[in-house]
Design a protein around this ligand. Structure first.
Ligand SMILES: *[C@@H]1O[C@H](CO)[C@@H](O)[C@H](O)[C@H]1NC(C)=O
Ligand SMILES: *[C@@H]1O[C@H](CO)[C@@H](O)[C@H](O)[C@H]1NC(C)=O
Length: 399
């Protein structure tokens, strides 16, 4: 490539970068949604494409490919009991699962929808309140393997109703409900070959409070299982009401009898408990309370009492000292009356004089040991004045 041509390309590229506005994919937020689920029963929420397509304001096309993702609010994953299924970007998504008693409470999720054509995203907050099933856990449970369906095909309400109707014909009971729906792929099944009509297979768990019908019991009898092992059709003692919509793999039928767990006596419900399954809505905002007067009362009343006590104590200590004599010290002496002071002084002088007189009148001989220069052996006294005169020449002991 030659020099001028390269330069022209550079200039064109720079112009294109400067002119084209920087497009940041938009994000839209849909209004929050509150859903409710019961323990021991399937919960299904269909993520319809339409509200999200409307939220992507820029895209007018109604068949934009949309991918759904879901996770717990501010957490990376879905709760253990919930799964998300979406066959393709042209299909709706399904959040489904069966909560158990440990999952009671509210689960807050965030659903993200991603438009793969415009890169726009939309999110929605879901609050799923899980409440206990009123009748408790269904003790009789049967799990059917439907061979000609994918999991999304059995999740819509209408499909589940149809399945229940078909199973009611076999079970001869009216209180059936779907407990769980699981793709056979989640249980070690194989991805089917891409041939028209081949499906993954779905396990549908149905529960009831009434015992299994003889027809179901016959399908799981040892003779029937033995035939399955030999690759033969199992014993069919009744008309298969599932056909032709659902092809049930009778060899994979399993019946489960759950021993109802002994109901631990729950807490006594006092007054103030919400009626019938409603969720608690906390009050939005509380009116501000007037707290100044209680504050003043708590602060000022003890202060006033303390001040009163101080005054009373001060009065008692300073002004009510009648009958208590002065206790020495210049201040207390100064307060004494003058005549009393003079009397005090005079009495001290008189006492001193009397003591002196008494000391002068003592004519008892002085003890010898108090006399100066006394010889212990001879008892001879030397005149202290004389020895002072002779100095060191006077012997202390006589020869
Ligand atoms: C429902 O099926 C899923 C997948 O097989 C399983 O993990 C879950 O424990 C099942 N739930 C109940 C309540 O049986
Ligand atoms: C159905 O049962 C047969 C034998 O009973 C077993 O070999 C097969 O894997 C099961 N199918 C599925 C999808 O689990």
């Amino acid at each position: 490539m030659e020099g001028p041509e390269l330069l022209r390309l550079w200039v064109l590229a720079a112009l294109a970068l400067a002119v084209s506005p920087v497009t940041v994919p938009e994000h839209h937020v849909l209004p929050d949604l509150r859903l409710s689920a019961e323990t021991g029963a399937i919960f299904v929420h269909e993520l319809e494409r339409e509200p999200f397509l409307e939220a992507f304001s820029g895209s007018e096309d109604d068949d934009a490919p949309v991918t759904f993702r879901a996770h717990l609010w501010q957490r990376p994953d879905l709760p253990r009991w919930l799964r998300l299924a979406q066959r393709g970007p042209g299909q709706p998504g399904f959040l489904y699962g069966c909560p158990l008693p440990p999952e009671l409470g509210t689960h807050r999720l965030q659903v993200l929808a991603y438009n793969r054509r415009t890169f726009a995203t939309a999110s929605q907050r879901l609050d799923i309140g899980v409440t206990p099933a009123p009748g408790g856990e269904a003790p009789f449970q049967a799990e059917f393997l439907v061979g000609n369906r994918d999991v999304e095909e059995l999740l819509p309400e209408a499909a589940r109703e149809m399945f229940l109707e078909a199973s009611a014909g076999l079970w001869e009971r009216g209180d059936l409900h779907v407990i769980n729906v699981t793709s056979a792929l989640d249980r070690g099944g194989r991805v089917p070959l891409p041939i028209e009509g081949r499906k993954e297979g779905v396990y549908v768990q149905v529960g009831s409070h009434s015992p299994f019908s003889p027809c179901l019991l016959a399908a799981v009898s040892p003779q029937s299982r033995a035939r399955c092992h030999r690759g033969q059709r199992p014993l069919a003692s009744c008309y298969d009401t599932f056909a032709p919509h659902f092809s049930i793999r009778w060899c994979n039928l399993s019946l489960l009898q759950v021993v109802p767990s002994p109901r631990t006596p729950g807490p006594e419900w006092g007054p103030g408990v919400l009626e019938g399954g409603g969720d608690f809505e906390p009050p939005g905002d509380v009116a501000p309370r007037e707290l100044l007067s209680p504050f003043l009362v708590t602060l000022l009343v003890p202060l006033a009492v303390a001040a009163l006590l101080c005054l009373l104590l001060g009065h008692l200590m300073c002004c009510r000292r009648e009958g208590v004599g002065p206790r020495g010290g210049p201040g207390s002496m100064a307060r004494c009356p003058r005549s009393l002071q003079l009397f005090h002084h005079g009495s001290i002088l008189g006492d001193t004089r009397e003591l002196r007189l008494m000391a002068g009148r003592r004519d008892v001989p002085r003890p010898l040991s108090t006399l100066p220069m006394f010889n212990v052996r001879t008892g001879q006294r030397t005149d202290p004045m004389a020895s002072a005169r002779h100095g060191a020449r006077a012997p202390l002991l006589p020869p």
